[in-house]
Design a protein around this ligand. Structure first.
Ligand code: HEM
Length: 273
């Protein structure tokens, strides 16, 4: 690593002193002093460990800001903004997954050296994660209030596929939950790869790493998963045709109703209304 400023000929300036607009705006001097220096590092890979965790905290901060905005949009019955905001959250979570995966190149024996320097530090102490779980609960409350305003139950919406904007809201939230749980699963495999998942392997907070197997499946929106179970519980074979038997017009249609051209959010509240 080159210490000290570097002359950049294209702009004829010394980069690295923290004085240029880019550096001042992004506070690069402070940012780059937030990791242990080369002399302080207990292992060369400690830089990767710190950087990835810090970056994850920043992504979590951004995600939480968007989730707070999402609550307001759901409260305001603004479907297209809701959809766009959820999509942005999904993209953040996907970036978090691949950035998390970059730590999978850590070798177990190397991580053992770093681990000695973490005190009782646990992922459960992450401020971004705690805020994310809390934000998820508030989004769920907003979703429920939205259903109350429409006077429909979750199960009815999933049975009838109406009103369309509530179906779209739930399925978007489910996409978000899947992205969130993919991040937890990426973390699980990182842990499994680095320290192992077993009831005899304690995490730094004393809990066995085995506990992660249950916790990584905790969704943000449990009711959106439960409604599927409810639908399948109420399912029977009536109306189906045995494999190989001739099909007739008595065959049940795949959806409760065919999609209509008017499904373009015509019956949905409008953004800004
Ligand atoms: C080599 C890398 C990593 C290892 C070995 C590791 C290990 C662990 C272990 C053993 C646990 C379960 C015990 C506990 O509650 O603390 C845990 C939980 C957690 N870790 Fe990590 N972790 C790593 C990287 C990360 C990263 C990059 C993040 C990003 C923020 C993270 C966030 C979390 C969170 C949020 C939890 C709590 C999840 C829950 O159970 O609800 N971890 N980690």
């Amino acid at each position: 690593m080159i210490d000290g400023p570097i002359h950049v000929p294209e702009i004829d300036a010394e980069v690295g002193k923290g004085e240029l607009d880019y550096e001042v705006y992004l506070r690069t001097s402070e940012l780059l002093s937030l990791q242990h220096s080369t002399d302080e590092r207990c292992h060369p890979d400690e830089l990767a460990f710190q950087v990835v965790h810090q970056v994850q905290e920043l992504w979590l901060r951004l995600l939480n800001q968007r989730l707070v905005a999402l609550v307001d949009l759901i409260d305001a019955d603004a479907p297209s903004s809701v959809h766009r905001t959820i999509n942005r959250c999904v993209v953040i979570l996907e970036s978090m997954c691949s950035s998390m995966d970059s730590l999978s190149t850590l070798m177990p024996a190397d991580f053992q050296i770093i681990r000695r320097n973490l005190g009782d530090g646990s992922g459960l102490q992450s401020p971004g994660y705690a805020a994310l779980r809390q934000a998820g609960a508030v989004v769920e409350e907003a979703r429920q209030a939205c259903f109350e305003r429409a006077g429909v139950s979750l199960e009815t919406v999933y049975r009838t596929h109406e009103p369309e904007y509530l179906v779209a809201l739930c399925e978007s939230l489910l996409d978000l939950d899947v992205a969130y749980q993919r991040w937890l699963v990426a973390h699980f495999y990182l842990v499994r790869r680095t320290i192992g998942v077993h009831r005899d392997v304690p995490a730094l907070d004393g809990y066995p790493t085995k506990a992660l197997e249950v916790r990584m499946k905790r969704p943000l929106f449990p009711e959106l998963w439960d409604v599927r179970v409810a639908l399948t519980r109420g399912w029977n074979r009536e109306g189906g045709v045995a494999p190989g038997a001739p099909r007739s017009e008595t065959l049940e249609s795949p959806a409760p109703r065919q999609a209509r051209a008017s499904d373009t959010l015509a019956d949905a509240p409008r953004d800004g209304e």
